[in-house]
Structure formats: structure tokens, C-alpha cells
Design a protein around this ligand. Structure first.
Ligand SMILES: Nc1ncnc2c1ncn2[C@@H]1O[C@H](COP(=O)(O)OP(=O)(O)OP(=O)(O)O)[C@@H](O)[C@H]1O
Ligand SMILES: [Mg+2]
Length: 287
């Protein structure tokens, strides 16, 4: 299992008036090839949790294993871990600094000590993966739009060829079209064989793309499972500051009203199919 966490606890500024218990006894595991969503209210511990995935944070009570490497071990091979797990921070475009797109993307692979040909190959491949035209390579990232800059930043992490890509709110701050494009891009990266962990505020987004969700509330995993399994807890999710997708709400209302809508139906197309099926049955009954 690429990532396994057992009984992880994280306290910011312990024994001070500012003490914040960000993670409380978290255990989880992530399998190869999954598209995982981590969702929760502001301050629920999402960013703190993912900072453990590549060893940025470590040494707190609990065990974090990445491909069997114990990050609590002071001799842990952190370079191997950071090659395995690529972390894209929230608003990663603020961390671009090189004068051209190609140089920025090449930064990580260069630090790995790869030869020039291999670096060039990775830059070209990463630009292609994030949908940036080759003619952008020599451009300054600072002349690009916000969405394009974010693609450059993601390409820089992809150029390290991670097995697992972890993204903290990758669609935050983008307009609706930009959000959609970003999510499709991440979905394509997933289809290319990369395991994805995506932190999000949007139940609609994680419902559409993720195989499995962890719902955090006040530093604990409140719910986990497939989106269908999680969305069943509609009211309880409301109580912890989250909303189920609009289509899941519609399905629940119709179910309450006596329509035959199966549990676990929450995608727009599936809800539409279920409604049509009910209408079809209605017509048959009338005939
Ligand atoms: N550097 C820090 N020092 C002190 N407390 C912190 C620090 N970073 C986070 N916290 C606290 O830890 C808790 C978890 O924060 P975290 O940033 O992990 O949450 P989050 O779910 O990512 O929130 P958001 O949705 O706002 O990004 C919060 O109570 C927060 O105030
Ligand atoms: Mg956060």
C-alpha cells in the first residue's frame, strides 16, 4: 500500500494558549491507482494531514509509511519519499520563480541530478500532460493567466514523475470554466496511471471524480467510503459544515416522496435516468 497512516496526532503550539489539535488519532490507507478526496470544513486538518504524505511534517505521535518507508524513522530516505509523492500546495502559482516556463518545470528534475536529455524529455512530457502548448516553454510564467500558471506549477511536480500526486484545493480561486478544466486535467493525469489525492471544499467535485472520500471534522475522520456511502449521511454532513451535491439532495427528496430512486444515486446523469425510469413506470401503470 503506497500510503498507510496509523494513529497520527498533530498538535500545533502544544502547551501554549494557541494550542490547536489539528489531527486526532487519524488512521487511513491509500491504494495504488485510487482517486481519493479529502474534504472537510475550514480548519478541519486537511492541509496538515497531506503535509505528512511526503514527509514535510513528521515525527509526531503515530506512524506514516510511504511504500514501506517509515517517515518517523530519523534515517528515512526522504528523497525517495518526495520522488514517490508529489505535493501541489494551495495556490502553487505563487511559488513560480524562474524566468521561463521550461526552467520552472525543470527545477525539480534538475535537483534530482538527471542528465539534460532526460530533463528536457520530462519537461516536454509534463507540459503535454497539463495541456500547455510547446511554444509556451520559453515564455515567462509571469505573463500567463492564473489558470495557466497553476498548470506550470503542477507540471513542475509531474516532471518528478511521482507515483502519487497530492493536490491541496487545486480548483480554488478559478472561475467556473477554469475549475472544470482543472478537474478534467487532474482526471486525465489519474487515467495516465498516477494515484491522486485531492483536497477539496466541494462535495460536487469530489462526488464527480473520486473513488473514495475521507471527510475530516475537527481533526478526525468523521466519514469515509465511496461518495455514495458518504452522501447517505446528508444531514449529519450538514451539521459538520458540508453540503451533499445538489443531485444527491434531489434524489433523497424524491425517495422520501415515494419515488423508486436507488440509494447511492447522486450523479446528475444517474439521477436523470432514475427519474425517467420512474416516469416510464408511471406511464405503464396508467395504461
Ligand atoms: N502553522 C500553524 N500554527 C498553528 N495552528 C495552525 C497552523 N496551521 C494550521 N493550524 C490550525 O490547525 C487546524 C487545522 O488546520 P489546517 O490548515 O490543516 O486545516 P484545513 O482543513 O486545511 O483548513 P482550510 O480549509 O481552511 O484550508 C486549524 O485549527 C488551524 O487553525
Ligand atoms: Mg487547507
Amino acid at each position: 500500500m503506497p500510503i498507510t497512516i496509523k494513529n497520527l496526532t498533530h498538535v500545533y503550539m502544544p502547551d501554549s494558549p494557541f494550542e490547536a489539535k489539528a489531527l486526532k488519532d487519524i488512521s487511513l490507507s491509500i491504494n495504488d491507482g485510487e482517486f481519493i478526496g479529502i474534504i472537510g470544513h475550514t480548519g478541519s486538518g486537511k492541509s496538515t494531514l497531506i503535509s505528512y504524505f511526503n514527509g514535510l511534517e513528521r515525527g509526531k505521535p503515530g506512524t506514516v509509511l510511504v511504500n514501506g518507508i517509515d517517515l518517523g524513522d530519523k534515517d528515512a530516505d526522504l528523497i525517495a519519499v518526495r520522488r514517490t509523492v508529489g505535493l501541489v500546495f494551495q495556490y502553487p502559482e505563487y511559488q513560480l520563480f524562474e524566468e521561463t516556463v521550461a526552467k520552472d518545470i525543470a527545477f525539480g528534475p534538475t535537483n534530482l541530478g538527471l542528465d539534460a536529455d532526460e530533463i528536457e524529455k520530462r519537461v516536454v512530457k509534463a507540459m503535454h500532460m497539463v495541456g500547455l502548448d510547446a511554444d509556451k516553454a520559453k515564455k515567462s510564467p509571469f505573463d500567463m493567466s492564473g489558470g495557466q500558471k497553476r498548470r506550470v506549477a503542477i507540471a513542475g511536480v509531474l516532471a518528478m514523475e511521482p507515483q502519487i500526486l497530492v493536490l491541496d484545493e487545486p480548483a480554488a480561486g478559478l472561475d467556473p470554466a477554469g475549475r472544470q478544466e482543472m478537474l478534467e486535467l487532474i482526471s486525465d493525469i489519474h487515467k495516465s496511471g498516477v494515484t491522486i489525492v485531492m483536497v477539496s471544499h466541494s462535495m460536487d467535485d469530489v462526488g464527480r471524480y473520486c473513488d473514495r472520500l475521507f471527510v475530516l471534522s475537527h481533526g478526525e475522520i468523521a466519514y469515509q467510503g465511496t461518495p455514495a456511502e458518504v452522501f447517505v449521511h446528508g444531514e449529519a454532513l450538514n451539521a459538520i459544515g458540508l453540503d451533499v451535491p445538489e443531485c444527491a439532495k434531489l434524489a433523497a427528496r424524491l425517495r422520501e416522496a415515494g419515488f423508486d430512486i436507488p440509494e447511492g444515486v447522486y450523479r446528475m446523469d444517474d439521477v436523470a435516468d432514475a427519474i425517467l425510469e420512474n416516469l416510464g413506470k408511471g406511464r405503464t401503470a396508467d395504461a
